[in-house]
Write a protein that binds this ligand. Structure first.
Ligand SMILES: [Zn+2]
Length: 325
């Protein structure tokens, strides 16, 4: 399997201040770990690029884009709410994050690679049409879904969001739109408060939102059950043309921002299931994008597990790895 990997050293220039969990070390620590793996050199690097603002506008109001530009250029400490900390470079770095995912998307659609992962920040899934929220300026995955439809003519997109937090921004972007099926597994009740099982979409979009709220303390077995009973049947029924993953790693048992107990190896298991559905319906097209993940060692190891599965790199201990931790 040819797997693309996108990151950029400039992502560290989005500074969030001392003590903020969404910090540059998330990426640098993960990269240090990945570069020490023998298989890492097999991945195909893709270069980031700035997102054209018309793609931001496919999801966001101009007013949010202008507010973000001004908050950063004026040196303000945050955008819209205190948890969306910004620095002067943050607007441009957010464009680079969104544009990076679009560059990765180009590589997948043009067949240069089979699938890909974008190690980016700031994350995106909490960003609403007209407001930044929860460490997120612009909704990278929502922008990518619209890009696939409008630039490449794909009709049906599945977004699977396994971040421990519900992706309120992504759900709200598409809850009336049956052409984008948003599926989320998340701790519930928990930040941001949305994502009840009863939220299934609105109007024409009824049935193309699937929330799998998980109580605190849930583990691999509960997630596996949700996959087998709800998520995989729903994706197979829907038959997407591409699969996007909002890949947060904060449902890991070591993460300080959640109380879900996934193992490192389970990220590989979920990845394999989504690859199977992508192969079956979407010619293998799968694009995965970093969202959260705040325990540095767990984040690095979980990204590694995810990437190995994406690239089909089997390890000597893989068969037993699900029970190893
Ligand atoms: Zn999260």
């Amino acid at each position: 399997m040819k797997t693309a990997f996108l990151t950029d050293p400039r992502f560290t220039e989005h500074e969030t201040g001392p003590g903020h969990p969404e910090r540059a070390a998330r990426l640098t620590h993960t990269l240090d770990h990945l570069r020490a793996q023998q298989w890492f050199s097999q991945l195909i690097p893709v270069e980031s690029q700035l997102c054209d603002e018309r793609w931001l506008r496919s999801v966001h109001d101009r007013t949010l884009i202008e507010r973000a530009r001004q908050a950063c250029s004026q040196g303000r400490a945050y955008l819209d709410s205190p948890d969306v900390a910004v620095s002067q470079a943050s607007f441009e770095i957010a464009l680079l994050a969104a544009g990076g995912v679009l560059a990765l998307t180009d590589a997948v659609i043009h067949g240069k690679v089979d699938n890909g992962f974008a190690l980016i920040r700031p994350p995106g899934h909490h960003a609403e049409r007209d407001v930044a929220l929860g460490f997120c300026l612009f909704n990278n995955i929502a922008i990518t879904a619209r890009y696939l439809q409008q630039e490449y003519g794909l009709e049906k997109i599945v977004i699977l969001d396994w971040d421990v937090h519900h992706g309120n921004g992504t759900q709200h972007s598409f809850e009336s739109d049956p052409s984008i099926f948003y599926i989320s597994l998340h701790q519930y009740p928990h930040y941001p408060g949305t994502g009840a099982y009863s939220e299934i979409g609105i109007g024409d979009g009824a049935g193309t939102t699937l929330n799998c709220p998980m109580p605190a303390g849930s583990d691999d077995s509960h997630y596996e059950q949700a996959f087998r009973e709800k998520i995989l049947p729903a994706v197979n029924d829907y038959g997407p043309d591409a699969i996007l993953i909002s890949a947060g790693f904060d449902a890991h048992q070591a993460d300080p921002l959640g109380s879900i107990n996934l193992s490192t190896a389970f990220y590989g298991w979920m990845t394999e299931r989504m690859l199977e559905t992508a192969d079956q319906h979407a010619n293998g097209r799968l694009i995965s994008v970093l969202e959260g993940g705040y325990a540095l060692d767990a984040l690095a190891a979980s990204v590694s597990s995810h990437l190995q599965s994406l690239a089909g790199i089997s390890l000597p201990d893989k068969r037993s790895s699900r029970n190893a931790q």
